[in-house]
Design a protein around this ligand. Structure first.
Ligand code: ADP
Length: 321
């Protein structure tokens, strides 16, 4: 079926490569201007749908020139008519493009055609920590440590480049080919102009939002990512987020009043509770720094933390040893 559609497409004139049964063509063409006004065409084969975001669809794609497999975020230009939406995408691309770290989803390339903007990213074949927690319910202390250290490394890199992610959540923590953590989705990220700058506005609804953002009267900075890291730590160990309720308003009220507890059915070490409590403080200035988190007894406990976990842990807990 796919083959047949492809053949049909190849026989069609340029610009008419739209399969009637689907909204995206099977071959994506990138027109590249080269010197003396000539044009070359790079072709990418569209594979399976990886997921849908707010406006974007994400597909697996293969660069037909070198067979490199990547993830392509396809954003219809029809969603970018408002200036704000366009500026947001430009900012996301500019920030993401500037980042180079093993624990951050690699930004490969960006191009556009008449209908869409295409963002090519490193393919993360093992989904995100969100799907992992859905499958496993919660993960072990050792796995949590392994992932946390990698998330902290990604954040240290970001913050040292004056970038705040602002939407740190399990669904934005991708798992790479070798089971590395890859932080992605810079749609709400911001780059500070100078040290000490405070941000006030934030568009979108981040999941693991810090109280100072809800407060609105004060600005926010890097500490909002530290807060979200605390929420992530809790969620990995307990199996559900600390302030989760049936509606957003109640959740926001709980965040503002710092109301959460550690359930008896999922006992965790006292050192883990201590670190979570240290991070989930209302006053952003009282939260630990990333280095203080790495030095905390829960993380720096004298044991060895595996650098990577086996693929089997995507579905089954590792053997305690
Ligand atoms: P959102 O609007 O949720 O931020 P995105 O447009 O960034 O979503 O991505 C939509 C979905 O595509 C994600 O939830 C995920 O399932 C998938 N996805 C995004 N980036 C990648 C990637 N680099 N590798 C694999 N899957 C990805």
């Amino acid at each position: 079926q796919d083959n047949k559609q492809q053949q049909q497409q190849q026989q069609q004139p340029q610009g008419a490569q739209r399969a009637a049964s689907d909204t995206e063509p099977l071959i994506i063409e990138e027109r590249v201007q080269i010197v003396n006004g000539e044009q070359i065409i790079k072709r990418y084969q569209r594979g399976s749908l990886l997921g849908k975001g707010g406006f974007a669809k994400c597909f697996q794609v293969t660069n037909l020139e070198n067979k490199k497999v990547m993830a392509a975020k396809i954003i219809p230009k029809s969603t970018l008519v408002k200036n704000r939406a366009r500026q947001k995408l430009i900012s996301e691309i500019k920030i993401h493009k500037s980042l180079h770290h093993n624990n951050i989803v690699k930004f490969e390339h960006v191009f556009e055609d008449h209908d869409n903007v295409y963002i090519l990213l490193e393919l993360c074949p093992h989904q995100t920590l969100n799907e992992l927690i859905k499958r496993r319910k919660r993960i072990t202390e050792l796995e949590t440590l392994c992932y946390t250290v990698q998330i902290v490394q990604a954040l240290k890199y970001l913050h040292s480049n004056r970038v705040i992610h602002r939407d740190l959540k399990l669904g934005n923590l991708f798992v790479g080919e070798k089971m590395e953590i890859k932080l992605g989705d810079f749609g709400l990220a911001t780059k500070l102009e100078f040290d000490g700058e405070k941000k006030r506005t934030i568009c979108g609804t981040p999941n693991y939002i810090a109280p100072e953002i809800l407060d609105g009267r004060v600005g926010h900075s890097y500490e909002v990512d530290i807060w979200s890291l605390g929420v992530i730590l809790y969620t990995l160990l307990i199996g559900k987020p600390p302030f989760e309720t049936h509606d957003v308003k109640t959740t926001y009220r709980k965040i503002k009043s710092n109301t959460y507890s550690f359930p008896d059915h999922a006992p965790i070490p006292d050192s883990a509770k201590a670190l979570i409590q240290l991070i989930l403080q209302q006053d952003p200035n009282k939260r630990p720094t990333l280095d203080e988190i790495l030095a905390h007894p829960f993380i720096n406990n004298g044991g060895t933390i595996p650098r990577l976990l086996p693929v089997s842990t995507l579905t089954t807990a590792p053997n305690a040893s």
